[in-house]
Design a protein around this ligand. Structure first.
Ligand SMILES: Nc1ncnc2c1ncn2[C@@H]1O[C@H](COP(=O)(O)OP(=O)(O)OP(=O)(O)O)[C@@H](O)[C@H]1O
Ligand SMILES: [Mg+2]
Length: 401
């Protein structure tokens, strides 16, 4: 069923994927005004350096909660020579029609000028012509995962980028994860502020208020850790298989918070976490941050065929491991949500040999994911044949080719 569909360029709707079928951008990065109609097939964007290929992928990533694939500030993505806007108007906007398992859905997000300061504003989101309940609600409509060149060093650098990658994968699986993460981080920020103010001698940190925040951190933090554990358990089983020429990967979660859940109920784990936070107040006040909790967890990835941790693998092997994980994840999400996530793959083909490129394209089609892929040369994508749609990007204009 999958491959028959994937090999047919005629299909127009599919219950097996969520796909962008129309995209419009207003004053986003280099785009003044863009309207792009497309179909549900993978989309290949080619064009010279600086043309606007990554900007387009970034725009799609902004349809989800968060700051997109470049982790940009909302003010930075406003087109630099965009005209002035009045309070209540949008400084930049992205709108898309998505073909989803439940039918076409219109979603949009933008940055509304509040009039406070030169570039101030607030994020607003809409779904089917009504304000979205929350930014996080957009994650219930579709999921997206990205691989960008900056992630080539994912296994070499600090844990925070890996943790973000993990949480993106979990959120694609379970949209409520974003809300848990936000709740946890908000409670943690408030606690850090309270402890810091106390250090300054304001005596704000009356222990009742700190305890209340620690209770919130424990509840959301244990929920966060439980979701990650359940997810990694399934992801690990899928990654052990490998995908074609992409290596089998061992994936495991490391962190105090996740271990607290070993052989314990969530309530017991919450108690443990609260005790640990209470015991850590003085040290946290000194450090200016919480030293314990799921915001410090990490994932460990091993190249199974080589029995080697990812960080000790070659650059190409590390990239292949990442692709392997993303493809296994796409299969899992497709099984669970009934639709594969959108894949945003910036400059991914350039570093793969032709066999791996062909295998990647085959797997994208087999899993039914709308992958948005960029590159400078179209030849790299020829193995897609008519299973993909091709666009030429030039100086912030996009046309089908
Ligand atoms: N806020 C902004 N306003 C206007 N232009 C911007 C803004 N932010 C970035 N740009 C411009 O967008 C252009 C295109 O960037 P983009 O990263 O999309 O290019 P690309 O096609 O991916 O190129 P490459 O092949 O080099 O990766 C750059 O020239 C950059 O200066
Ligand atoms: Mg680019």
């Amino acid at each position: 069923m999958h491959s028959a569909l994937a090999n047919s360029p005629q299909y127009t709707t599919s219950p097996e994927r969520s796909a962008v079928v129309r995209l419009s951008l207003t004053d986003f990065r280099s785009y003044g005004s863009l309207r792009l109609d497309c179909d549900i097939r993978p989309a290949v964007l080619t064009g010279p350096n600086g043309a606007g290929k990554t900007n387009l992928l970034e725009a799609i990533s902004f349809l989800l909660p968060g700051r997109g694939l470049r982790r940009a500030r909302l003010t930075d993505v406003t087109r630099s020579n965009a005209g002035d806007v009045r309070p209540g108007e949008l400084r930049w906007a992205i709108a898309a029609t998505l073909d989803t398992a439940t039918g076409p859905t219109e979603i949009g997000t933008g940055f509304e000028a509040t009039g406070e300061g030169e570039d101030g504003g607030r994020r607003v989101s809409r779904m089917n012509d009504a304000p979205a309940r929350s930014q996080a609600a957009l994650g219930e409509v579709f999921a997206a995962v990205w691989l960008v060149p900056e992630m080539d060093r994912l296994f070499m650098e600090g844990a925070s980028a890996r943790r973000r990658f993990l949480d993106r994968l979990v959120a694609a699986f379970d949209a409520a994860h974003t809300t848990r993460l936000n709740e946890y981080e908000q409670a943690m920020r408030e606690r850090t502020r309270l402890l810091r103010d106390d250090k300054a001698g304001f005596r704000n940190a009356d222990s009742g208020w700190v305890s209340a925040l620690e209770k919130r951190m424990a509840e959301s933090g244990v929920a966060l850790a439980a979701a990650r554990r359940a997810f990694v358990h399934r992801l690990a089983a899928a990654c052990e298989l490998g995908v074609g020429p992409f290596p089998a990967a061992g994936v495991s979660l490391v962190g105090d918070a996740e271990q607290w859940l070993d052989n314990r109920s969530a309530l017991e784990a919450e108690d443990l976490f609260r005790d640990a936070l209470a015991a850590s107040r003085a040290a946290d006040r000194e450090a200016g941050r919480a030293l314990v909790g799921p915001h410090r967890s990490d994932i460990e990835v091993v190249h199974l065929q080589k029995s080697r941790p990812a960080a000790g693998c070659s650059t190409g092997e590390q990239k292949a491991l990442l692709i392997s994980i993303v493809l296994a994840h796409a299969r899992l999400v497709s099984l669970d949500r009934g639709a594969a996530p959108l894949l945003l793959m910036d400059e991914i083909a350039a570093h793969l040999d032709s066999d791996r490129r062909a295998a990647l394209f085959d797997e994208i089609c087999a899993v039914g994911a709308q992958a948005w892929m960029t590159g400078t040369d179209r030849e790299l994508f020829e193995a897609f044949g008519d299973r993909a749609q091709f666009f030429r990007v030039d100086n912030a204009t996009v046309r089908g080719v």
